[in-house]
Design a protein around this ligand. Structure first.
Ligand code: FAD
Length: 322
């Protein structure tokens, strides 16, 4: 099996990975991005909070443009799933079913997956498309201004989302997923914002003509929009395999240059602790790309054409505070 050699291997082709690929390719670095195509951005019917897209853009179209951008500067985009990764004397080797990739540095941009309420895939996709099912109040609270919204969940996360959504609508309902009541402190916070409280268990969620119906002990109620606040599974297993530190809930720990605790292993996007937003992914990816370029160049580990390399061996340029 041939092992493809790169300066940097990026695992994950969502906004974070693709932004870093464009930056690194424009630094004349050999970049390979391996992606298994399950970006959360693909679930975005239309994003209206992305700077530069006043008319809004679907996640699908955004990723198409970002892929084209990275390819334009020579980044190699590969479909596949990295199942295994290990350190070597010169960097890392990552394994997919179709091949192996080695690189001096690796950027993990593997994202997270939202835990879903019990809905079949078609209903889930249709409810998202119609805007009746939403996962991110920061992204689209504005679009539900004044509407009848519900949050499904029974912990701190769910109550915080209710409090956040209360600044967009005075009709907010918290529906606990289990039969138990909310703990006193959380119930008090919900009462303070005038939220309606419904106790689970939720027996059914159905699409209606105008929204989503949620059935529970107290009957069936229809909402214009429902936000599941059920947490996420964080895709940090590769980082843990390499011994990189992670937070209790699994986010990869990084420093202000997006460096993990493992040398030449970096991480950006939803998989690291922070606000899960595309603008944040792009920012973290830019910071990681500059740190990767600088760290490898500091060890003269970059394989540029002689001319570029000669130009580079001059004193390190001041690129702000990377
Ligand atoms: C319904 C919805 C609406 C949203 N709306 C907005 C919005 O309006 N504005 C906004 O800023 N944000 C929005 N978001 C959030 C946004 O989608 C995420 O913040 C963003 O996609 C995170 O980017 P990422 O690159 O970190 O991860 P992702 O986009 O999730 O990409 C990670 C990629 O890594 C791949 N991957 C994982 N493991 C492996 C592996 N082992 N090998 C190969 N590939 C792997 C996955 O397949 C995936 O393609 C929304 C999210 C949802 C669900």
């Amino acid at each position: 099996m041939t092992i493809e050699q790169s300066d940097c291997l990026i695992i994950g082709g969502g906004p974070a990975g693709l932004t870093a690929a464009t930056y690194l390719a424009r630094f004349h670095m050999r970049v390979t991005l391996v992606n298994d195509g399950k970006s959360r951005a693909l679930l975005i019917p239309q994003s209206h909070n992305l700077p530069g897209f006043p008319e809004g853009i679907s996640g699908h179209d955004l990723l198409l443009r970002m892929r084209e951008h990275a390819r334009q500067y020579g980044a190699a985009l590969v479909d596949g799933r990295v199942d295994d990764i290990r350190r070597t004397a010169t960097g890392f080797v990552a394994q997919t079913q179709d091949g192996a990739w080695s690189a001096r540095a690796v950027l993990l941009a593997t994202g997270v997956t939202n835990r879903r309420p019990s809905l079949d895939d078609d209903t889930h996709a249709e409810a998202l498309r119609r805007g009746h099912l939403r996962y991110c109040p920061v992204c689209d609270g504005y679009e539900v201004s004044g509407q009848n919204v519900a949050v499904i969940g029974c912990d701190e996360r769910a109550v915080s989302e209710c409090e956040f959504l209360r600044s967009f609508s005075d009709r907010v309902t918290a529906i606990s997923t289990v039969g138990d009541d909310f703990p006193d402190d959380l119930r008090h916070r919900l009462e303070r914002i005038g939220a309606t409280i419904r106790l689970g268990p939720i027996t059914a969620i159905r699409l209606s003509v105008s929204g989503l119906e949620v059935a529970a002990e107290d009957g069936v109620k229809n909402y214009d929009a429902v936000y599941p606040a059920l947490g996420s599974s964080i895709h940090s297993s590769l980082a843990k395999e390499l011994g990189a530190a992670a937070t209790e809930d699994g986010c990869i720990e990084v420093d202000r240059h997006q460096r993990t605790t493992v040398k030449h292993l970096y991480a950006a996007g939803d998989v690291v602790y922070g606000l899960d937003q595309i603008s944040v992914c792009n920012g973290q990816a830019a910071i990681a790309a500059v740190a990767i370029r600088n760290d490898l160049s500091a060890e003269q580990q970059l394989s540029w054409p002689p001319a570029a390399r000669q130009a580079f061996l001059s004193p390190e340029p001041d690129v702000g505070n990377p």
